[in-house]
Design a protein around this ligand. Structure first.
Ligand code: NG6
Ligand code: CA
Length: 508
């Protein structure tokens, strides 16, 4: 028993005090359920802090996500590293701040892989701890080394940075290639109908959103006027690969099936599943079952669809008998946006809904709504339901999950916050660097400081304030969550302190 206690102590599963109080049976039960739990990251795309009813939304109901929130830890200060997808995913998987890598910016579908195959990653670390590792869903971290031939095995990709299994879309739902890729191979590709992809030039005689609006069923508002697939004009040009093209309305069901199959195939060993849903990113294409269900147009409908998918996925964990041995982390890659390039009624039908939940800005923004996202941890039987105001970030997964599973791996940027993630403490980070398009700001305690930057303060296409100003900005986020009162001038001492911390952390 002493040895068992010792190893559990090392794993951080029990504390000394607990072990004194508990009998031998209690300890061994915990050992069985806790040492190597299955770990699932459910990652949404552009879901805002206020887009779930657990965080106070009244105009939309997300019962399945709320079940996770109400049965787990609901974080009120949970962050993505960045206000767009690629950098946030980079931070989540590598434990390295994405602003350290100048390539960690929104990538075209033809971009090379931006994670080095030498780099530490969450799945690589977990593999060393004996985990099976899988990704289902959106990748958007680049593939290959440049000039990908989509008709051969595409590599390096997720399988070369730690995932034994990958079933992905290469970039985004609005970017070509509009095909699924399984372990590097385009799924369902007919070799007699090869795929070509180009982001600069169209292929001869291919219709485009720009020239052939009569062929589109969804109208583009800005960007998104290149190749048309399933009536939806996309970013980038693509030719061939007819049989392999995905069906947009079936995407949620399709990824769900793959995620469920992964669970079933790996339930006998510890597994890590990174399940990266496409909703509510554009183009918003709810399955007909969800069309019109939110009264808010397709953006609301796909949030309901995502919520349903999550409910089905959780049912699978339960049916397979592994719900009590699974840590679920639910979060989003960046804040919300309404019109992100298509006319889809997101603005017109919004009504009283507030996707950012009262935070300022949105996707692309250095204001809080860019990175301050829904963040929930759930582990039935192990995590006590609570609400936590601990400051936590997705970049912390690497060191925290390492600690949970008995690995000593860590990175300088990734804080070891497993106790906060499991709701055992409400102490999180003190400082966090936030990023939008490689511009950075500092959150420290209850404060946010945004240093001066040149550039537009407003993105007129998406109608979002970017948080960019030529003057220093300082906000107390606890008292002023809407960032209405810049106190940089009236509180010079706090500003000075924040500037010093920022300079130390950024190394500038
Ligand atoms: C932008 C797209 C936007 C979206 C975003 C990536 C235009 C005009 N806008 O460039 O629609 O695709 O990239 O979103 O093309 S993210 O969530 O993957 O970062
Ligand atoms: Ca996103």
């Amino acid at each position: 028993l002493y040895k068992l206690c010792l190893s559990l102590l090392v794993l951080g599963i029990i504390s000394c005090k607990d072990s004194d109080k508990k009998g031998a049976t209690d300890v061994s039960i915990e050992a069985e359920t806790s040492a190597q739990p299955n770990i699932v990251v459910i990652y949404l795309d552009d879901l805002g802090y206020g887009d779930i009813s657990a965080n106070g939304a009244t105009e939309i109901n997300t019962p399945n996500i709320d079940n996770l929130a109400n049965g787990g830890v609901r974080f009120t200060n949970g962050y993505a590293t960045s206000a767009t997808c690629t950098p946030s995913r980079y931070g989540l998987l590598t434990g390295v701040y994405p602003w350290r890598n100048k390539d960690a910016q929104i990538l075209p579908g033809t971009a090379p892989l931006i994670i080095s195959t030498e780099q530490q990653t969450v799945p690589k670390m977990l593999k060393k701890q004996g985990y099976a590792t899988g990704i289902v869903g959106k990748w958007h971290l680049g593939l290959g080394t440049g000039n990908v031939n989509w008709n051969e095995r595409v590599s390096p990709g997720p399988n070369e940075v730690g995932f034994d299994y990958s079933y992905i879309m290469a970039a985004t739902q609005d970017r070509v290639p509009t095909v699924y890729i399984k372990d590097g191979h385009v799924d369902g590709l007919d070799p007699n109908d090869p795929i070509e992809v180009d982001y600069e030039n169209n292929y001869d005689n291919q219709p485009t959103g720009k020239d052939n609006p009569e062929l589109t069923s969804m109208k583009w508002h800005h960007g998104h006027n290149n190749s048309i697939v399933n009536g939806i004009p996309r970013i980038g040009f693509m030719k061939g690969g007819e049989d392999a093209k995905w069906s947009d309305v079936d995407m949620a069901d399709h990824f769900l099936e793959k995620a469920q199959a992964y669970v079933k195939n790996h339930k006998k060993e510890p597994f890590f599943l990174y399940y990266a849903l496409q909703q509510p990113h554009v183009p918003r294409t709810p399955h007909p079952r969800f069309e019109g269900k939110s009264g808010m147009g397709p953006r609301g409908d796909v949030i309901l669809e995502a919520d349903w998918v999550i409910g089905e996925f959780m049912k699978t964990l339960k049916d397979e008998g592994i719900l009590k041995n699974a840590l679920i982390i639910f979060t989003s890659d960046n804040g919300p946006v309404l019109n992100d390039g298509y006319y889809d009624d997101a603005v017109e039908k919004l009504g009283k809904h507030t996707p950012a939940g009262g935070l300022r800005g949105g996707k692309y923004s250095l204001f809080d709504a860019g990175t301050h996202v829904p963040f929930i941890t759930y582990w039935k039987g192990t995590i006590e339901p609570s609400v936590s105001d601990a400051l936590v970030c997705q970049v912390d997964f690497l060191s925290s999950l390492a600690s949970l599973t008995g690995s000593t791996e860590k990175t300088d940027d990734s804080a070891q916050l497993i106790d906060a993630l499991l709701g055992k403490t409400k102490t999180g980070r003190t400082d966090l660097i936030l990023e939008a398009s490689q511009k950075t700001a500092l959150r420290s305690g209850d404060w946010i400081m945004i240093p001066p930057y040149k550039g537009s303060a407003f993105n007129n296409q998406v109608k979002i304030e970017l948080g960019v100003s030529e003057s220093y900005q300082l906000y107390n986020i606890k008292e002023d969550s809407a960032q209405e009162h810049n106190v940089a001038e009236s509180n010079p001492e706090k500003l000075k302190e924040m500037m010093a911390t920022y300079q130390k952390l950024r190394g500038t």
